[in-house]
Design a protein around this ligand. Sequence first.
Ligand code: HEC
Length: 213
Amino acid sequence: MRDGSASHFMASRSTAVRYGLAVLGAGILGLFLATVAIGQSTEKEAPPPGFDYWQPEWMVRELWGPGRMPKSMMARLLRHTTFVNLGVPKEYEDATSPLTPSPEVIQRGGQVYVEHCTRCHGAKGMGDGDAGMAVSPSPALLAYMIRKPVSVDEYLLWTISDGGKQFNTDMPAYRGILSRADIWHVIAYMRAGFPRIPAAAKAGDGEGDQNAD
Ligand code: HEC
C-alpha cells in the first residue's frame, strides 16, 4: 500500500515534470521567436540615430561647402581659402607696398589699370568690362573686394602677379608683364576708389570714355 501509493506518486510526479518541461520548452521557444521577430522589426523600422522626421535623409544637404557650390563660386572661394590656410608663395610673403598714395601715384596706377584691367574688371571695378563678359568665373568686383580685410598687400601682389591659372580662372598673371612697382601703383589706384584718370581718355580703342559717369 505504501509502495503502491509511492509509485503512483512517483508516476504522477514524473508526468508533471514532463508536462512542466514541455511548457517551459514551448515558452522558451516562443520567447526566442518573439525576440527574433522584434529584432527583425526593429532592424527594419527603427530610424537611425539622429533621424529627423522633419528632414529625412534624402532631404539633408550640405549647407556650405564646395560640394553644392556653383563652379564659378568655387574658384573664387578657392583663392580666398588658399590664402587664408596656406598664405602666399615665399616670394610674396610679407611684401608691403613701398608707396604712399599721392596724385602722381594714383595717376600712374590708373594708367596701368586702364591699359590692363578695365577690359575685364570694368572702369569702376564692377566686373563689367567687355572682355569680362566672356569669361567664367566672371571678373571679380574689385570695387568691393578692395575694401575687404582680405585685400592686404601680399594677397593683392600674389593674385595680380600669379593670376588664376592654379584656380582655373581667366585672371591673367601679370608677372613679367608689369613690374612689381606697376603692380603696387595699380593697387594704390584701386584703393583710392577707381577715380577718373584724365590722361587715360587718350588711351584710344574705346576705353577712353571708360571713366565717364
Ligand atoms: C581677362 C580678364 C581679366 C583681366 C584682363 C584682369 N582680370 Fe583680374 N580677375 C579676372 C577674373 C575672371 C577673376 C576672378 C577669378 C580669380 O580670382 O582668379 C579675377 C580676379 C582678380 C582679383 C582677385 C579678386 C578677389 O576677390 O580675390 C584681383 C585682385 C584682380 N583680379 C586684379 C586685377 C588687376 C589689377 C588687373 C589688371 C592689372 C586684372 N585683374 C586684369 C579676370 C581678369
